[in-house]
Design a protein around this ligand. Sequence first.
Ligand code: CMP
Length: 140
Amino acid sequence: MAAERTLSIIKPDATARNVTGKIIAMFEEGGLQVVAQKRLHLTKTMAEQFYAVHAERSFYDELVEYMTSGPVVAQVLEGDNAIARNREIMGATNPANAAEGTVRHAFGQNVQENAVHGSDSPENAAKEIKFFFSDIEIVG
Ligand code: CMP
């Protein structure tokens, strides 16, 4: 299996509780390598663009407000089957349904404040990685 890359975001609820390092350790222990990383505070425009696919959903405005409520850590994770592997490590979107040992089980608060985001397909991974990083910022 060739190495694949996915975009990860450690969200404001997790940065607020200072568990960034614990979450990164779970990615690394799960076989993924951090090949790019930055901490930033998303603007409203950035959050709206990043989650444009959810623009018609009832939770969109709240989601944008939450994602701009504090710093996030955006990362590119690399490894075999990285998109699916990262989704296994994160667990279900709603922390109430996330399996024990997953990031969202350990650190998610509710379906919105769910600690992490991960790309859901190769197409979205490519788009989302470009959204945050230029080629020279990704070092495998
Ligand atoms: P994420 O994987 O980043 O993709 C979209 C985000 O929207 C999701 O994680 C949650 O933070 C949020 N979300 C998804 N479903 C709901 C919901 N039913 N209510 C509120 N927020 C949601």
